[in-house]
Design a protein around this ligand. Structure first.
Ligand SMILES: Cc1cc2nc3c(=O)[nH]c(=O)nc-3n(C[C@H](O)[C@H](O)[C@H](O)COP(=O)(O)OP(=O)(O)OC[C@H]3O[C@@H](n4cnc5c(N)ncnc54)[C@H](O)[C@@H]3O)c2cc1C
Length: 266
């Protein structure tokens, strides 16, 4: 039947170089190099495997400033078919509620979709809210921590992994799944795919002129979450102790004594 998949991803700043605005508590992203959220690459790989097996199309979608176009191009380099960039100044400073509100509106502009796939969480905020919130806006069934997915008679069969056991679900489509981090080995970008992205540019831009959302419900104004205070935790310097030229038994005994010394073991 072919699956029309929407792959949601975030373009995250390199977390080592990010600063926080002390007045608003929001991240200062300007001038910081960004990458596709690494956990979304697991989701991309699963989406590509599903398309290879069942046919269909993958649309990568993001709500972000215009520089996230590079993120769409990266995913298209992996093999994703097309992209949608939702961008508008009125969407800046959004918390997860305002983000999922806009993303749901973006998804509604897509005529037909069977499956929405997200990563488990992001590197820079890690709330893992977006999947569940989107499923609520769109009234879709959803399953978190998915490791495997397949189709059976038009129904999605998914396996999800919890701490010490797995569960199998049969889910009616359309549905939303979030993919367990580190569950897939993302394929590399190829030059051929990358050229297709750059030359054909099958990337659509949506602004609030298209979505026509009430801007009191988007961006900072539509965000009920307030960062009350940000505290920075002092970095613990490494001791850089190295034990050399000892037998495995002596090394293990030394390590054990160090762990006891630091209070990690009794
Ligand atoms: C008060 C407040 C102010 C904030 N201000 C800003 C700000 O100024 N600028 C800013 O960028 N962030 C800001 N944030 C963070 C912002 O709310 C989150 O980055 C965003 O809502 C997504 O949440 P998350 O990163 O925790 O995603 P999670 O819920 O952890 O993400 C789960 C999955 O959802 C998908 N996803 C997440 N975000 C997007 C997206 N934007 N587009 C498409 N798919 C997505 C990805 O597949 C991801 O793996 C703010 C947060 C708060 C609480």
């Amino acid at each position: 039947m072919g699956l029309n998949i929407i792959l949601l991803f975030k373009y995250v700043p390199n977390t080592n170089t990010v600063n926080v605005d002390p007045n608003t508590g929001t991240l200062v992203r300007e001038g910081v190099p960004s990458v596709v959220n690494p956990h979304d690459l697991d989701a991309a790989e699963l989406a590509l495997e599903l398309r290879e097996k069942y046919g269909g199309k993958i649309t990568a979608m993001i709500m972000a400033p215009p520089n996230a176009m590079k993120g769409i191009e990266f995913l298209m380099g992996m093999g994703v078919d097309e992209g949608v960039l939702i961008t508008d100044r009125a969407y800046g400073g959004a918390d997860t509620l305002a983000t999922s509100y806009v993303l749901a509106a973006g998804i509604r502009t897509i005529e037909h979709y069977d499956l929405i796939i997200t990563g488990q969480e992001t590197l820079d905020s890690s709330t893992a809210h977006i999947g569940a919130q989107l499923a609520s806006w769109l009234k879709l069934p959803y399953v978190y921590y998915v490791t495997e997915a397949s189709l059976n008679d038009g129904t999605l069969i998914v396996k999800r992994q919890l701490e010490s056991y797995t569960e199998k679900y049969r889910v009616k489509l359309p549905a939303l799944i979030t993919v367990l981090m580190h569950s897939h080995q993302p394929r590399p970008v190829t030059l051929e795919n990358k050229l297709r992205a750059v030359i054909k540019k099958p990337i659509k831009m949506l602004t609030n002129n298209d979505l026509k959302l009430n801007i009191m419900c988007t961006g900072l104004r539509g965000s009920p979450t307030v960062v009350a205070k940000t505290e920075f935790i002092a970095k613990i310097p490494r001791k850089k102790e190295i034990l050399k030229d000892k037998s495995p038994q002596e090394t293990a005994a030394w390590l054990l004594s160090k762990l006891k010394e630091e209070g990690f073991l009794n």
